[in-house]
Design a protein around this ligand. Sequence first.
Ligand code: 13P
Length: 321
Amino acid sequence: HQLPFRDVEFHGLFMPKSIASPGRGILAIDESNATCGKRLASIGLDNTEGNRQTYRQLLLTTPGLGDYISGAILFEETLYQSTTDGKKFVDCLCDENIVPGIKVDKGLAPLPGSNNESWCQGLDGLASRSASYYKQGARFAKWRTVVSIPCGPSALADNGLVPIVEPEILLDGDHSIERTLEVADRVWAEVFYYLAENNVMLEGILLKPSMVTPGAEHKEKASPETIAKFTLHMLKRRVPPAVPGIMFLSGGQSEVEATLNLNAMNQTPNPWHVSFSYARALQNSVLKTWQGRPWNTEAAQKALLARAKANSLAQLGRYSA
Ligand code: 13P
């Protein structure tokens, strides 16, 4: 049998290809309620269901968003929400030709017996939850776990990797870019080993890796050209060209860094669609502009569109600061 997607049509296109379409990428707004609360707190808003809904409505009803965004990853609560006028968020997305997606892991928990590492939750009930999400309109799923370099990865954390895991190698730490490359090599080798063991149809998946960068506290910053070189090196070594799309997370990089690094990777031809699936690097200036004030909504939507367009150009290798 083949995993993970059997019904992969979306608007007449093979679904992963429709997400990995030129000049478009993924808007990740699948923050858990706790994480969304932190974003709202940064602009002085309480973490209520109403505020989360208002903020997600602002993002998902941005006119023209579908020009630059091909998929949106939602948190479970958002998948079932509607606009204040009663239009399902899923329908807002489909109207813009954006594929609705869902985060299916249930977040991180401490990994017992490890050196302070975390592991992801959510295999219990995954099949029935996935069926309900599909019914509600979701067409792709994200599964995230993390690997941390200062303490890991231990063999225990490595062996736990299962198909369709999206391992985020955390930016935290003062390690070099060479160390990140070593860890990324190991992690992706393991992921593709298990994908093959489980007969996963590679044409039907998308990857969401972190870029190969030095740790955030490393003494030297790397240029976009260096980051592109190391990251493409890792991809070429570990990721078969059958995988249609590489959708990078931003991982705490600034908005401009995330755009410049993506642009640098698209300066040379490569076998995949190398694009973005950013949360923070698409939302930071939206939040700052919005401040929770209804009269700032339009300006905040313009800020989202500006970031989305910059990353769209970067996907095509045509961005200049
Ligand atoms: P960041 O782009 O903020 O790292 O988030 C990516 C992510 O994993 C959310 O889906």
